[in-house]
Design a protein around this ligand. Sequence first.
Ligand code: NOJ
Length: 767
Amino acid sequence: MNIKFKLIQYIIVTIMFMACTDNHNNNTITYSKTDPINKKVDSLIKIMTLKEKIGQMNQYNGFWDVTGPAPDNGDAEIKYEHLKNGLVGSMLSVRGTKAVRAVQKIAVEESRLGIPLIIGFDVIHGYKTLSPIPLAEAASWDLEAIEKSAQVAAAEASAAGINWTFAPMVDISRDPRWGRVMEGAGEDPFLGSKIAVARVKGFQGDDLSAVNTIAACAKHFAAYGFSEAGKEYNTVDIGNSTLHNTVLPPFKAAVEANVKTLMNAFNEYDGVPATGNEYLLRNILKDKWGFKGFVITDWASIKEMVIWGYAKDKRDAAKIAALAGSDMDMESHIYVSELEQLVKDGVIDEKIIDEAARRILTVKFELGLFDDPYRYCDETREKEVVNSPKHLDVVLDMAKKSIVLLKNENDLLPLKKQGQNIALIGALANEKNSPLGSWRIASKDNTGVSVLEGMQNYKDNNLIYKKGADITVGDTQFVNELTINTTDKSEFNEAIDVAKKADVVVMVLGEHGFQSGEARSRTDINLPGVQQELLEAIYKVNKNIVLVLNNGRPLSITWADKHIPAILETWQLGTQAGHAVAQVLYGDYNPSGKLPMTFPRNVGQIPIYYNHKNTGRPVRDAFNPELVFWSHYSDVENTPLYHFGHGLSYTTFKYENLALEKTVFGMDETINISVGITNTGKVTGKEVAQLYIRDLVASTTRPVKELKGFELIELQAGETKTVNFVLNKASLGFYNNQGDFIIEPGTFEIFIGGSSQTTLNTRFELE
Ligand code: NOJ
């Protein structure tokens, strides 16, 4: 009923918009086309009323695709009035050239100054053609591929009227209970920063005014990924060292890559909600980093400061957010109702409003919206570009690169291409919806290639599919009961029968695509439902199992790791998922992904991450091994199930000859490091060589390992390559508790290898 109502509402509003386009209202703007953007913005600001400037700071949701608590019914008319009166600067979740043109027309042709809207949308891993979820892409460590994938997303979104994406999410997280880890790049700030830059570049290109590029938005500023116990929208309590060294670096990298916007977060930092956090928004972002773009709040987060108990009422919330540096209000409807009076009462200086409006208008000029507000509304282009077959190749390539081979005993993989009886089991094997993952608002349901379809292309084997068991009872993204797993085991037996006769059993298990994402936190990260029981039941009759995991977060699969010979982490790989999985299963693509996030043995180990501190008691007392007084659990090992950076290949690699030109370096010197890597197996393969450092003694404790470089190389069987890494001040320093970047002399250890567990190491001194 809800959806039906929204649809009707949308149709009425669209018709209403289209009917109102005759009242064209010309206004004279006093700048010339050739003026630089800042001059144009200045002259525009001069002729704007206070109300109109505040209008630029107001963003409304469209009339469907609600991505937050539903706004009041009936607000469509208010929004329409506000659009006409120049009181809306942006709309989100309006999509498709027709709909965008309709709202743009009101802003441009009916408002006094005709200032175009900037149209925002959650283009998280594609518009209609979907790439893997961002966490999966991060597992590729392939920055070029990630940039290309963002380019495809930008091309399709821009062709559908959108000129601003609320991506990339650059939140570092160490907590797989948090559903939004699927949207980020994992646990590491170095990898996360590189990926943030690749994504910003992919969305924005070199020329923001090009019709196929869109403004990016680094989110959520800041520390949203550290919500306590992984519970969505929960409080955050981290120290300065974690803020500066772990949380902020990817944001800073995005700002340095010229990201046009940032979104703040639902959480608080140090008792102050991010939306009203002057320290984060003004002191760090705008002053220290010199960010020139604008900051959008997260959905209704100005309003929520009242609920947090940080603002007295709406007026107080507006004041706090504006003074702190939140430039645009997403769906709180508060700037538009409160700011004018606050300025009139002298509580807020009009300069604050001017600054926000100036930042927003600048991005609009940069996008070329003032040259042609309908430049993203070309229906012919929309038809050509959205779902273009060319994009399928890009997302397939990205999908293959995102797969991580976690385990492969006795070379069970790749599968033989002929003469095999293959049993394919598991609800996710025949799924066309779940592989699309969460956050894919514009894409059509059930448009992913299933694993079954992908494997059917290999015709010389005998493939039999049996579901075995469902995972969940729900099926749509708004049914929360989705997390209620089915207990039905009635289809176990037919799956067991098929497994008995098979040479190899491929089991596709894991989470449904909507079990991760926003507001999908889980306290249990085992295989949901009866899948574990199904796996064990099949194992009893056939041990030759390849477990293909589909999931949006690390899962705890300790039993599977112990018993199942081959495990392939395939996440949610988007539109081409099934083809990518099949090509890897059959060895037409040799997997090269590495985990961007640690897999725990059980949920009790969380947070568990590779770059932890040493503590004062890291190991058992060698002389008194019976003593219990060291940092550990009494019921599980300290190590995770799979380490950050782990990932196998169908070939093997040997690292040797780790060399440094000398062992003592001055502060300003560049440190060149080389290592020889040999493909010691029988097939060509790709390897992500990773370099970690450890700063042995410092003025604040440093992690036991920190990623500081990686190289993706390809080697033929038997081939050796020398890989060079460079370290410098930027790699060896860290942030002190005041947020200042410092470099201290001392001993550094370096480690190079194929995962964070590598032991190949050497040392040098920094003087
Ligand atoms: C809330 C989410 O936190 C944010 O990431 C998203 O961009 C907005 N809703 C808009 O959908």
